[in-house]
Design a protein. Structure first.
Length: 241
């Protein structure tokens, strides 16, 4: 998110809630991704100069998916000043929960509620403004040219069939983690003896892939098991040499 201060003007940055709504296609394919602290937050107005750490939070809206970039200060004077120019404030992020084809993004300006709130020092700025306003702001809605999925967040735990199967000697195993979890994936032989631990640690939400190298094991049926606090699943695979 970028702020532009026109030539000859100065923005004394006060507390702000800069709110945006996404209208995804299909509906329900995005969720807000709150960050505390905000990603790429401007270091002059986040955890510095009397400002709290900048955050992003989900915004409840009647339609679309809302998120806000929050600038918080208890300053009553000594506000940080942006002179004429363009400045990155911070990044807002969404989770892609299902295949997503197009989006429309709009700033939440009057008469929408909840609305974007901008302060110049302790003076609340008017949207659009009139000739009598001493402080005002305008926005330019983003134009979405392309949706790039960096990491699709799954909605459920899942463990998928290995591929290739049968295999010799290496196979791949995909699995989904919908929330931060401790994940363990182990491999067992036909007698139930554990032969390998593939995953054993804390994982962030996301889709993952690991591999099993059976170079030192005999042909036969093997089982792999995924375990978390909320999920357990066992799958069968065949090693053919």
């Amino acid at each position: 998110m970028v702020a532009t201060v026109p030539a000859g003007q100065t923005w004394r940055v006060g507390s702000c809630n800069i709110r945006v709504t996404a209208f995804p296609n299909p509906t329900g394919s995005l969720t807000a991704h709150p960050d505390n602290p905000a990603v790429n937050a401007n270091t002059n107005i986040s955890n510095a100069n009397g400002y709290q750490a900048m955050t992003t939070t989900a915004v409840n809206t009647s339609s679309g998916v809302g998120i806000g970039l929050n600038i918080l200060t208890f300053n009553t004077s000594g506000f940080y000043r942006f002179t004429a120019g363009s400045y990155t404030l911070g990044k807002i992020r969404y989770n892609v929960t299902t295949p997503n084809y197009a989006d429309t993004l709009k700033f939440r300006n009057p008469p929408l509620t909840p609305v974007t709130v901008i302060y110049d020092s302790t003076l609340k700025c008017a949207y659009g403004g009139t000739a009598t306003d001493s402080s005002r702001y305008t926005t330019v809605d983003p134009i979405v040219l392309e949706v790039i999925t960096l990491n699709t967040i799954p909605t459920d735990f899942n463990l998928f069939q290995n591929y290739p199967n049968p295999f010799n000697p290496v196979t791949n195993i995909k699995y989904d983690v919908p929330k931060n979890s401790f994940v363990k994936i182990r491999v067992f032989d036909i007698s139930g003896r554990e032969v390998s631990t593939l995953v054993d640690g804390e994982m962030e939400a996301g889709s993952y892939e690991t591999s099993f190298d059976a170079s030192k094991y005999a042909s036969g049926i093997y089982f792999y098991k995924m375990e978390t606090k909320d999920f357990n699943k066992v799958m069968k695979m065949v090693l053919l040499k």
